[in-house]
Design a protein around this ligand. Structure first.
Ligand SMILES: Cc1cc2nc3c(=O)[nH]c(=O)nc-3n(C[C@H](O)[C@H](O)[C@H](O)COP(=O)(O)OP(=O)(O)OC[C@H]3O[C@@H](n4cnc5c(N)ncnc54)[C@H](O)[C@@H]3O)c2cc1C
Length: 480
């Protein structure tokens, strides 16, 4: 048995000791195809499938618009960093079953000393581990199936799904989990100076597939000061770009990871229960400090002499001159062959086609919370105000009760939960919270059937013959 096979045997033994997966306890309902549809087969979708299985919630399906396993999720596609940004020690999709953890998987293959030696997890190793996790746990993902639209139909949803050939069909579900990635409640943010003044062929957002090989020998501009911008700049430099100029609006790179101050169990575990004003101020503090790029992502570009960092530099205007981009930045004009927007994402459920039938009913932070003097922030205000089970809440009470069955597991949960939901740090706390809510809701919704089941006839384990000979029949009977 080689190391990988031995590891699988250990993991199998750990699962055996947890006891068998419970049977599905959710009563079938006529016309309902799925109790839960998980939208997105990345790390989150797979972890939910495992957690729901362990909770005895059956009839769960995972769909992913991507054509196949390799093109699903970010890790082998739009993520261009060498290492994960998050610490290696976080609990991930193993959800407390340590034999399924990254550390266990890694050490079985490369040894404990090697694990100690790495500072953070290599991106491609993480992808390899996630593929192992999905296969080992036999989590079926239906690739090439895109959720096009969710339509409420009373106590369930009608989901319009489009397959790889473009065919649309409808499936029904009682619960939906949106584990659909970083843009899952909005879209990539592209500055107007690019989108309104340049042809689409002249620029790309970091969320797109970018042909970096085609940038060899070219002058490239990157806009943005957070990690994705640095990763794109690094990839372009390594692909042989002639020079890369990175433009940041702030006068210095964000270097203070303010959220680290609340990375302790009390703050982490209890954050969802904090008062609105508290959570708002925390979110605002992060916004103002800015998202920091890891040190190695900055070093990756600064070691190239043909990398140039522009601080306090916004593009005032862009146009095409002689087939190249002409960008005016303050008093200077630059010429580029290609521009990359590493400018993040915005949150606005209204722009998601999947949500078009219900987005206007969703309660947002700006509907719920009025910030104090000097604390207004339109970006944060556009985030959905989520309930404790990550469910959407109604803007107008009673107007859209079905929103309680739509669970959001993407970074739109940032203001409500204090971290980019979907990232590894969210898994330990939030996946069990959502699963527990789904279990509770499904149970309560079928309470009558459960009452019948729980008060139903139970056959006796034994008859009185088992003990009749020992029953006390009085002193005289004993003497006789
Ligand atoms: C560049 C980059 C770097 C990152 N680095 C880190 C990091 O270091 N650490 C960290 O914890 N997080 C990081 N993140 C966040 C990262 O997105 C998450 O950790 C992780 O990918 C979340 O997994 P997920 O399964 O929730 O979403 P994803 O991996 O994004 O998967 C979502 C899936 O949903 C599918 N989907 C979307 N819409 C539909 C639809 N309508 N129908 C069907 N399927 C759909 C997509 O095809 C996709 O496969 C990074 C993100 C990016 C973009």
């Amino acid at each position: 048995m080689n190391a990988a096979e031995k590891f699988d045997a250990n993991a199998r033994a750990a699962l055996r000791l947890l006891g068998p997966d419970p049977d599905n306890w959710v009563p079938d309902r006529p016309g309902i195809d799925h109790n839960v549809v998980i939208v997105g087969g990345g790390q989150t979708g797979a972890a939910f499938a495992f957690a729901l299985r362990r909770a005895g919630v059956g009839k769960v399906t995972v769909i992913d618009a991507a054509a196949d396993e390799a093109s699903a999720g970010v890790w082998l596609n739009r993520a261009r960093m060498n290492k994960l940004r998050t610490p290696k020690t976080l609990v991930g999709p193993e959800l407390g079953v340590s034999a399924l953890s990254f550390q266990a998987w890694f050490e079985a293959r490369f040894g404990a000393a090697e694990y100690d030696a790495i500072d953070r997890i290599e991106r491609t190793r993480w992808a390899e581990y996630l593929a192992w996790y999905r296969h080992f746990l036999e989590i079926p993902v239906r690739y090439g199936v895109r959720l096009a639209r969710i339509e409420p139909a009373g106590s369930f949803f009608r989901l319009r799904l489009v397959d790889a050939s473009g065919q649309e069909h409808v499936e029904t579900a009682r619960k939906v989990i949106l584990s659909n990635g970083v843009a899952g409640n909005g879209a990539p943010f592209i500055p107007a100076v690019l989108s309104e003044h340049l042809p689409a062929s002249a620029y790309a957002h970091t969320s797109s597939a970018i042909d970096f090989a085609a940038l060899r020998g070219k002058a490239v501009a990157v806009i943005g000061g957070a990690a994705s911008a640095f990763d794109a700049a690094g990839t372009a430099l390594e692909a042989g770009a002639r020079d890369v100029h990175l433009f940041v609006r702030r006068s210095a790179l964000p270097a203070i990871p303010v959220t680290r101050a609340r990375a302790y169990p009390g703050a982490y575990d209890n954050y969802p229960h904090l008062p609105d004003a508290f959570r708002w101020r925390q979110a605002l503090r992060f916004r103002r400090a800015g998202s920091t790029a890891p040190v190695d992502a900055v070093k990756r570009v600064t070691e190239h002499p043909n990398f140039h960092l522009h601080l306090g530099a916004s593009w005032d205007h862009a146009g095409v001159e002689g087939g190249r981009i002409a960008a005016r930045v303050g008093e200077e004009t630059f010429q580029f062959d290609f521009a990359i927007a590493g400018t993040g994402y915005y949150v606005d459920p209204v722009v998601r086609p999947e949500l078009s039938a219900l987005s206007r009913d969703i309660l947002l932070w700006r509907d719920r919370y009025v910030p104090g003097e000097g604390e207004r922030d339109d970006y944060l205000g556009a985030h959905p105000y989520l309930g404790a089970g990550h469910e959407y809440l109604e803007k107008t009470p009673g107007a859209a009760p079905y929103l309680a069955n739509l669970h959001v597991y993407n970074p739109a949960g940032f203001v409500s939960f204090g971290l980019p939901v979907g990232d590894v740090p969210s898994m330990k706390r939030d996946i069990p919270a959502v699963v527990s809510r789904i279990s509770r809701d499904l149970f309560i919704a079928d309470l009558e059937q459960h009452e019948q089941r729980m008060t139903g006839d139970v056959p006796p384990d034994f008859s009185p013959e088992l003990y009749s000979a020992s029953v006390w029949k009085g002193e005289r009977a004993d003497v006789a």
